[in-house]
Write a new protein. Structure first.
Length: 258
């Protein structure tokens, strides 16, 4: 099964690089990208999971309602993208359920931050997809974490996919910077070895973010905007030609009994 997921959030990445972007622009950039994502998923008739911050959801209610109406899953990306308190785990789940009358069972921490497994369980989640089981300088070293899903208490941990050999990550940066043929090979290797593929992206990747005011490094903006739309369209087309099934994280849990 192919697990496509998107972290839908206020686009605050320029602030990490001392760039400038007003809050309204942070929201509008992600809204533009989300529309393009939903259009692509509708075109190919595939389902995905969307991890949303409460901040983005409150400013984008129509888009969240659309993704739910089109059969996608909504999960929590906590309350804010750049500020976190442990209480936000439970509060964000409850707020998203209140806003959209849907069951929130999944969590992904902003920037794959570590989080207490007990706190996640106590907050009422059944799964957590907040680990990239690889080494990323300056971010994390998770080489000793299982590559594939595992249980921690009552919570199923569903790590992002990495290659069986050398744990090459298949996350969004790889998709932008690797030749697409090489990325497809890694994805095929994971699907053959693990039986599923868990890859994640962000709406702003599908929007125009080449702005000098943002001060973003070249490797973060390569193949973004319309190029990303075309690249992602081609990737989904390839997966469908290979007859891989797509599903939400909730469907994956039911299918695997995890």
């Amino acid at each position: 099964m192919v697990l496509l997921s998107f972290d839908i959030e206020e686009f605050d990445m320029p602030l990490e690089y001392q760039g400038k972007i007003p809050f309204e622009k942070q929201i509008s950039v992600s809204q533009t990208g989300l529309v393009r994502i939903l259009d692509l998923l509708k075109k190919h008739q595939v389902k995905a999971t969307f991890f949303s911050t409460v901040v983005f959801a409150e400013h984008s209610r129509g888009l969240i309602e659309r993704l739910l109406q089109e059969g996608h899953e909504l999960a929590s990306h906590t309350w804010f993208h750049s500020e976190f308190q442990e209480k936000h785990l439970k509060e964000s789940r409850e707020r998203l359920e209140e806003l959209f009358s849907t069951e929130i069972t999944g969590l992904r921490m902003p920037r794959m931050m570590p989080v207490s497994k007990n706190a996640v369980e106590d907050a009422g989640y059944s799964y957590n997809s907040s680990v990239n089981p690889t080494y990323l300088p300056g971010r994390y070293n998770n080489l000793k974490v299982s590559r594939t899903c595992f249980k921690e208490g009552k919570v199923t941990q569903i790590p992002a996919s990495v290659s069986p050999n050398f744990r090459i990550p298949l996350f969004w940066l790889s998709f932008h910077n690797f030749p697409l043929a090489f990325y497809r090979k890694l994805a095929a290797d994971v699907l053959k070895k693990d039986g599923y593929l868990n890859v994640y992206f962000h709406p702003w990747e599908f929007a125009e973010i080449r702005d000098e005011a943002f001060r973003l490094p070249g490797f973060t903006v390569k193949n973004t905007g319309k190029e990303m739309v075309e690249r992602f369209d081609a990737f989904i087309s390839w997966l469908k030609r290979k007859n891989y099934a797509f599903g939400t994280f909730q469907e994956f849990q039911k299918q695997t009994g995890s």
